[in-house]
Design a protein around this ligand. Structure first.
Ligand SMILES: Nc1ncnc2c1ncn2[C@@H]1O[C@H](COP(=O)(O)OP(=O)(O)O)[C@@H](O)[C@H]1O
Ligand SMILES: [Mg+2]
Length: 274
């Protein structure tokens, strides 16, 4: 609001009554999110009047801080969405190549770099990222999430830290988003970021109720050149949880995405009983 950034229409609500009024005002379809959440937990889209009550219940059960306040956002019919990783360091502000991504139920599944963009859209995206990160201040990496429609860029949200979709930088750059964050916040210079070339990531999402997950067939997963896997070592899964990521690099974004998908399909995940 202070910076006048273009966003979806939105309204906050704390009770079911306020929520219904907010949906009425914003209109359908709209996106409902608990204000404290992550990875899409508690988030839903209401498309028809029958969805409204269901969306309220989802928001009250899925958030990170328990039941409470939600934001109701007008649904943005974007062409594609990006994360513009923006680094503020003693060297000034620098941007990574734009990260394109696909979310399923508000949870990231695929990301790639660079997302092809018109120069107008890219300039606009950098302008917005610059405004919001300058206003927040401090050193470190920010994940500026933007929706793109034609040459229009709409601000969605910002993480004051590395971003899940930015894990692709673990294979695409000389300094990953984590390395950049550490460098910047330690007060060290970030004179340049070397981008190696088209790359992709594929999240490994495991479903079930278990504290024993096994990953098998890594010989096949890692058989092609330019493929890596990271397993996060999270202790358990209840419902669904992102447990690792596959990274791939190739001649083009399409080839990198296809390679990451081949590696993912070769991975065997065993969910054992507790
Ligand atoms: N207003 C909206 N219109 C259309 N899609 C949206 C909207 N808000 C969120 N989304 C979709 O849901 C995803 C997750 O929403 P986001 O607010 O980024 O939640 P999180 O904090 O879990 O990342 C977005 O990346 C986008 O794909
Ligand atoms: Mg997000």
């Amino acid at each position: 609001e202070e910076l006048g950034l273009p966003t979806s229409r939105y309204k906050f609500a704390s009770t079911f009554e306020e929520f219904k009024a907010a949906v009425e005002e914003i209109g359908l379809p709209c996106v409902i999110k608990p204000i404290m959440s992550s990875s899409g937990h508690g988030q839903s889209v209401a498309r028809k009047p029958e969805d409204i009550e269901r969306s309220w219940h989802i928001s009250q059960e899925g958030g990170r801080a328990g039941a409470g306040r939600v934001i109701v956002e007008g649904f943005v019919d974007f062409d594609y969405e990006i994360t513009l990783l923006t680094v503020r360091s003693c060297s000034g502000t620098t941007y990574c190549e734009p990260v394109g991504h696909i979310q399923v139920d508000g949870d990231y599944r695929y990301s790639w770099q660079p997302q092809p963009m018109t120069s107008n859209a890219l300039n606009r995206a950098r302008e917005i990222a610059r405004k919001i990160t300058d206003a927040l201040g401090g050193y470190g990496i920010f994940g500026v999430e933007l929706f793109i429609k034609g040459d229009d860029v709409i601000f969605s949200e910002v993480s004051p830290r590395p971003h899940d979709t930015g894990m692709v930088t673990m294979i695409s750059q000389d300094l990953s988003e984590f390395g950049l964050h550490a460098r910047a916040l330690l007060g060290l210079p970030v004179p340049a970021i070397r981008f190696y070339g088209p790359s992709a990531s594929r999240a490994i999402v495991v479903e079930g109720d278990t504290d024993k997950v096994e990953f098998e067939n890594l010989e096949q997963v890692l058989a092609e050149p330019g493929v890596q896997i990271r397993i996060f070592g999270k202790p358990e899964v209840k419902g669904h949880r992102r447990m690792g990521v596959i990274l791939a690099t190739d001649e083009s974004v399409e080839a990198a995405r296809a390679k990451a998908e081949r590696a993912y399909n070769a991975l065997k995940v065993n969910v054992l009983p507790r």
